[in-house]
Design a protein around this ligand. Sequence first.
Ligand code: ADP
Length: 485
Amino acid sequence: MALSETGTNHFKNYIAGEWIEGDSQVENINPSDTRDVVGLAVRSGGADLDRAIDAAHDAAPGWARSTPQQRYDILDAVGNEIIARKDELGRLLSREEGKTLAEGIGEVVRAGQVFKFFAGEAVRLPGERLDSIRPGVEVDMRREPMGVIGMITPWNFPIAIPAWKIAPALAYGNAVVLKPAELVPGSAWALAEILSRSGLPEGVFNLVAGRGSELGPRMIENPKVRAISFTGSVPTGRGIAAACGEHLKKVQLEMGGKNPLVVLDDADLDVAVGAALNGAFFSTGQRCTASSRLVVSEGIHDRFVSALTEKLKTLVVGDALDPKTQMGPVVDEKQLEQDLSYVEIAGQEGGKLAIGGERLTLEKPGFYMAPALFTETSNDMRINREEVFGPVASVIRVKDYEEALHVANDTSFGLSSGICTTSLKYASDFKQKSEAGMVMVNLPTAGVDYNVPFGGTKGSSFGSREQGRYAVEFYTTVKTAYTQP
Ligand code: ADP
């Protein structure tokens, strides 16, 4: 099915090897130009979801018996096609989500790389053998597929997040039911379309778009689904974990962040400003790894704030598909309202708005906002406790490294953290003591590799890690086999 790059597409669901209509349709609106309808996306109800789960359940045993070479060939070909079509798929992604075209294309390439990485993992599935404590008995430990995996994904990485859940699930022999976020049905559809031609047996992969509040609980309650992988907000994740506990279902959650970027007096100023600009504002600040708290020591504070403010003054906000644009729009009206409300809250709490923070009216009607930087904030303000998920960052002034470390860790989240310093001593100490799942030295808090684990501590993550070979933990179960030859 061809993708229209400028017209309105029809995004259907993919269940049991067939493209199907749902109960109703929703418009997929371009946040850079609300007159542009990217697609009409079908919305399925519970009956379609049940059919998808049944199909996955029927297909799972056959796929579990597929050879590593078959899995390799399919996943590698899917990865190759995604990468070969990076411009077209990147355009679709940026058109429906609003990140810049360069970011959209980069995300598509990442999705392709993830499929190719897990193609390799499929032929590298590890097992283990131990000597039994009993004479003559042999013991081995095997990794086996879980069965049907339910996936619930958010809107901010419309193709990469589905990819890093689907690829390992398939590599390790599972069947999949994906429920993508309502705001970005197009990228999920494009991925499903590629998978539908990949040689996967019918039912091994299913796409069911619909309301999260309706399909999510129904997916969790279905006994045929053995595990749920979720990325999204903390409140939704908490509810999912509770429901999975009730149904004794394996669960993996990736949620929010309030990620600190520490800047010490001895930092290279250009490196620090570059890391802050990228970490806080690229992808319109809509990344769970965004640096929303800039924890800056006294000696460099004023120089850092003025250099970052200068950069923000010239940052080009505009249509995601315009090559001159450096920051695209916010994803939708609701998110924009949330971002603007936090600007107001931060001001009321005593934060000083250094720049930005207002809605922008540009030539095209869209959800545009000037990137906001607050100074003179303290770590107990709401702007530093709660995830905004927009182009809003705040500076917290600290005395020295010790205070910076304390502030960085004083949060209910723990996804990513960063430090800009030229001191080996502070860099080493921070890597050791930072209470985050990912620590960056002289790098933005956002932007990760696909061959290593992704995830956090405290309220940011729950369950085992995603990505890299650590993904095997979630997508397999262990069988211990004893033999008396
Ligand atoms: P975000 O703010 O990033 O959209 P959400 O947690 O609201 O975060 O949404 C992430 C995903 O969870 C979406 O696919 C959404 O449809 C889904 N979702 C929303 N509500 C529920 C729910 N009650 N149970 C399961 N999934 C849900």
